[in-house]
Design a protein around this ligand. Sequence first.
Ligand SMILES: [Zn+2]
Length: 268
Amino acid sequence: MKNYYIVDDGKTKLLKFNKLDEFNDKLELAISLKSYNNGFKYEIDKDVRLTKFDRISQSLKIDKEQIILPKQEHTDNIKILDEKDIINNKWNTIKDTDGLITNVRKAFLATTFADCTPLFFYDPVKNVIANIHSGWLGTTKKIGAKAVDMLINKMECNPKNILCFIGPHIRKDHFLVNDDVKEIFETTFKNLCKSYDIIENTELYNERGKQYRIDTTLINKIMLKEKGILEENIYDCDLCTVCNKDIFHSYRVEGKKYEVNTGIIYLK
Ligand SMILES: [Zn+2]
């Protein structure tokens, strides 16, 4: 059974997780689909980018100027935002950051992605949220695991209470890489490779040579569980952005002119 549903209000199509309906009064988590021209190119002018949030902010009934979107650089940098940061939020001034954490209400944490893995965290006991962008590079930097460490050590969360939601991203079947990237995964996850099928050999070749498949979804799930997140608290929508290229933006499908999907999480 699907653990998500899609809301179409004529302005946007938004993916939401069934599990979070029970926290409806406390929290919102929504991921935009590419319908209604809600995608955008990250590098475009910031004012144009802001207009791209018109529909999404109307659908969620939030102020688009208050959306906090960091400049993602495939780092493992995560910023904890306090009340003061939220008040001082100037549109798009957080640089070099791929994850945001807060316990402040009405702090609209956004990240964008097109094949990269969006990880969202919610601790209903401590009322803390996190929005993490984990591309393949971020995954090798273990940004998801780092987020859990920060939730535990800086926000006093008990990992057993933390719910994790995994959004649409490129899945193993479509994530083909060459030796260079394969070797990074092999080195970084040496121990995991012994116990899990993280890297799969294929008979495929491209102009750069032999190709391999990497299961970044599995790597992220294992890392989260090693940090104490319970298996039953990980909600993966199981959607691949490449397989579902008609409804989600995908870098692999769209190439250099790719646009991005947006994931927004906030405490009400
Ligand atoms: Zn796929």
